[in-house]
Design a binder for this molecule. Structure first.
Ligand code: TMP
Ligand code: ZN
Length: 429
């Protein structure tokens, strides 16, 4: 069923209507829309065009798909990878050690998924409430004892939480802020329930590594905004929130966690705030150039990955995908690689098994099944876990298998060249 689409005219952060057109990926299926196996597929497609606001330098996509179509039944379960769990524990430590969160305090999480992170706060003695529009995930959270509300977060839900449980000392939004269209409404919700000395921690994929490392596959319909730090500082300030700290986090290809607090709470910003703003200034994020250059590199990498896979397949190799993240589905669509090129994708998420990828219709199987019949080469779609995965798949490599790591530039990893080799076609380019 075709969902409603809104064409963005006014910038969701600053309200201006002056856009730089960066790159168009054409019409694309929804990257998280895994489908049951079928004879024929009739999937709706939606335009995917990247634009940048010339006033506040928000990078965004031109068309937003109705969030009900994207999020009310969500197959993305927060990864239980070591990297992500470590990051969640780290944020709990920061909340306690740096911001004085104590047992009994209320923690509210936006986009709380199955409640893993809130479970950690609960174990430390805090009271918790999660909010997430995905009913299937909220049900899992509630069953595991993490109280969660199936809804989109905003002033109404925030008001209900505040009257039932009092103000929140700590609020959390990990990897969900980029999915939100009406960010001002969500921040109105935050200021409704946040305590006068409370802290909001927002973790988003960071624009800088996205541009520098050609992470074009993280651009898909679910991700509306690609934030620089400067744009976030400006956005929070519009809601009376002062950014008091920022840190880089090694998750999802490079993210930032931005900590803010009501401006009149008297918390002083750490030096990291001015430092990162200066980095962005030097990098020219408030100019057109880095966006234009990103678009050029993206076009080139897409061509290289397609050629590399096709050459291997033509040479008789069996190629499959490692991981079936949404960004992998996006990458396959951008490259035009489908079930004729890749035999299957191996993924640890049970919800995805037996389904096929959106648009490209490649079957997703379990790692157990994949290990019983391994391909010659894996295209590493979950490249953000490259280190963890290459370590785990040592035996596959030692048995002569190889990995294509597509990002930032395609390279081929084998047991002999664990650092990866640039394929000939790149050297020529
Ligand atoms: P994410 O980048 O959104 O966390 O998605 C990563 C996907 O990759 C997720 O579907 C799980 C999958 N995955 C594997 O199949 N094997 C692995 O070893 C890891 C770390 C992830
Ligand atoms: Zn703007």
């Amino acid at each position: 069923m075709q969902a409603t689409v809104r064409r963005v005219e006014e910038c969701r952060v600053c309200g201006a209507n002056d856009w730089l057109e960066v790159i168009s990926f054409g019409d694309q299926e929804l990257a998280n829309g895994f489908l049951p196996q079928a004879e024929e597929y009739a999937e709706p497609t939606y335009p995917l065009d990247v634009i940048v606001c010339r006033n506040c330098w928000l990078m965004t996509i031109r068309h937003t798909v109705d969030p009900d179509a994207l999020f009310s039944h969500y197959v993305y379960v927060s990864s239980e990878s070591d990297l992500i769990l470590d990051q969640m524990r780290h944020i709990v430590d920061v909340a306690v050690d740096r911001f004085g969160l104590a047992p009994g305090d209320l923690v509210v999480e936006l986009g709380s998924n199955v409640g893993i992170h809130l479970g950690m706060f609960q174990a430390a003695g805090m009271r918790v409430t999660g909010v997430d529009p995905a009913r299937n995930l909220v049900e899992i959270a509630n069953q595991s004892g993490v109280e969660s509300i199936p809804d989109f977060f905003g002033p109404e839900v925030a008001g209900r939480i505040r009257s039932g449980k009092g103000p929140a000392r700590f609020m959390l939004g990990r990897q969900c802020f980029a999915h939100i269209d009406d960010v001002h409404n969500v921040l109105d919700g935050v200021t409704t329930v946040l305590a006068p000395d409370g802290v909001l921690a927002i973790e988003v994929p960071y624009l800088l590594p996205l541009l520098d490392e050609n992470q074009f596959d993280t651009i898909f319909h679910e991700h509306l905004s690609y934030f620089s730090f400067g744009t976030l500082v400006r956005l929070f300030a519009a809601h009376g929130l002062r950014v008091v700290d920022v840190e880089r986090a090694p998750v999802h290809g490079g993210s930032i966690v931005v900590y803010s607090s009501p401006a009149d709470a008297g918390r002083e910003p750490s030096p990291a705030v001015a430092e990162l703003l200066a980095v962005e200034e030097r990098r020219g994020l408030n100019t057109e150039r880095p966006y234009r250059e990103f678009a050029e590199r993206t076009t080139r990498v897409i061509d290289s990955v397609r050629t590399l896979v096709r050459e291997l397949v033509a040479g008789g190799q069996r190629v499959a995908g490692y991981g079936a993240p949404s960004k992998g589905c996006a990458l396959l669509q951008f490259c035009g690689l489908d079930a004729r090129d890749l035999e299957f994708l191996s993924d640890t998420t049970a919800l995805k098994h037996g389904k096929v990828t959106p648009g490209t219709h490649i079957p997703v199987i379990s790692p157990l099944q994949a290990r019983a019949n391994p391909p010659d080469c894996y295209l590493l779609l979950a490249w953000n876990y490259a280190e963890e995965i290459l370590r785990k798949e040592k035996a596959f490599l030692e048995n002569g298998g190889s990995f294509i790591v597509p990002i930032p530039e395609p390279r081929v990893v084998t047991a002999e060249s664990p650092g990866g080799q640039l394929p000939g076609l790149n050297a020529a380019a």
